[in-house]
Design a protein around this ligand. Structure first.
Ligand code: SAM
Ligand code: DTB
Ligand code: SF4
Length: 333
């Protein structure tokens, strides 16, 4: 199978608009060929620094620009974070993702603590992912040295729709952050959100930018907007679950070897819609009762979901044996 990096927006839009049965059939063929065995990865999330963020992302309950801001909570310390990572591992998670509501990483004690958290999570045999806004080359290098598996930084939407969602950081700055992470040898986790008032060309536009990154991001989170009260997007209607299925299937066709993560918004989906997303090629979910600040299905419900779908859950020990930075063709960050 050839992995392409030259997809046009019209080709992508045509995929998104295929009859659903044909889109699913194509996605499944690509998925089975690229990822034999169908292993689903479980990733747990923890918010280390919550709220009070200077950015104005319209969807986010952690922005100081919105009345929803959930700020005012102390940053978590290294030991409690590692205790949560241990508990996540015991519950069966493979990856532990930590979030900081920052515009950019600052040097000093909080960054040293971040490095200690990354080291500690890796020592537990888990993959470690951080999402903390923009960073410098030096900070990326230090995170790589600490063993960071992946850095999450989303493009969120198309370049054209972007300024309706965020005004305090440009699309170009996001692309530069991604390239810094890549240069440091850390795998990329980069995706977006649907349900923010975008049109079909915007969904194709987001996927176009992602699919033309070379190499592709190893991990591509597809979020459905969680419309939080007190954010500018609070009144937007819930996205049709089949639109999420289409987005997942198209991401799978465009980026055959990437992990496509069915991310925020699963609480609005019934079991069957989630299974359709798995069929469409999603091979990771966030696992644990909370995302960063909003809810997620509980662990037992998710275990039952995966059992009902009949998918295999990746073994933690197998994940731990993988090196932090893998060759591009095999990378599954
Ligand atoms: N401040 C960091 C940053 O923006 O890179 C890290 C945290 S941020 C919460 C991580 C991602 O979560 C965002 O880029 C966005 O795609 C997603 N997200 C945040 N709030 C969301 C919401 N209400 N619904 C869906 N996705 C959301
Ligand atoms: C991503 O794309 N989705 C996750 C993870 N990356 C960091 C975060 C979703 C957050 C949803 C809103 C909240 O819980 O605050
Ligand atoms: Fe929320 Fe991250 Fe935007 Fe800050 S930068 S408002 S934490 S999404």
């Amino acid at each position: 199978m050839i992995t392409r990096h030259d997809w046009s927006r019209s080709e992508i839009q045509a995929l998104l608009e295929l009859p659903l049965v044909d889109l699913l059939w194509q996605a499944q063929q690509v998925h089975r060929a690229a990822n034999p065995g169908y292993h689903v990865q479980l990733a747990s999330l923890l918010s280390v620094k919550t709220g009070g963020c200077e950015e104005d992302c319209a969807y986010c309950p952690q922005s100081m620009h919105h009345s929803a801001d959930v700020g005012g909570q102390p940053n978590l310390e290294v030991e409690p974070v590692l205790a949560r990572a241990r508990a996540a591992r015991e519950a069966g998670a493979h990856r532990f993702c930590m979030g900081w509501a920052w515009r950019e990483i600052r040097d000093g004690a909080p960054f040293e603590a971040m490095l200690a958290m990354v080291k500690g999570v890796r020592e537990l045999g888990l993959e470690a992912c951080v999402t903390a806004g923009m960073l410098s080359d030096h900070q990326a290098q230090r995170l790589a040295e600490a063993g960071l598996t992946a850095y999450n930084h989303n493009l969120d939407t198309s370049p054209e729709h972007y300024d309706q969602i965020i005004s305090t950081r440009t699309y170009q700055e996001r692309l530069e952050t991604l390239s810094r992470v890549r240069s440091a040898g850390i795998t990329l986790c980069c995706g977006g959100i649907i349900g923010m008032g975008e049109g079909p060309a915007d969904r194709a536009g987001l996927l176009e930018v992602l699919a033309n990154l070379d190499p592709h991001p190893e991990s591509v989170p597809i979020n459905a907007l969680v419309a939080v009260e007190g954010t500018p997007l609070e009144d937007l209607p819930a996205v049709d679950p089949l639109e999420l299925v289409r987005m997942v299937a198209t991401a799978r066709i465009l980026m055959p070897h990437s992990r496509v993560r069915l991310s925020a918004g699963r609480q609005q989906l019934n079991r069957e819609a989630q299974i359709l997303c798995l069929l469409a090629g999603a091979d990771s979910i966030f696992y644990g009762d909370t995302l960063l600040t909003t809810g997620n299905p509980d662990v037992l419900t998710d275990r039952a979901l995966l059992a009902a779908a009949g998918v295999r859950v990746a073994e933690v020990s197998a994940v731990a044996a993988e090196p932090a930075c893998q060759p591009v063709t095999a990378a599954r960050g």
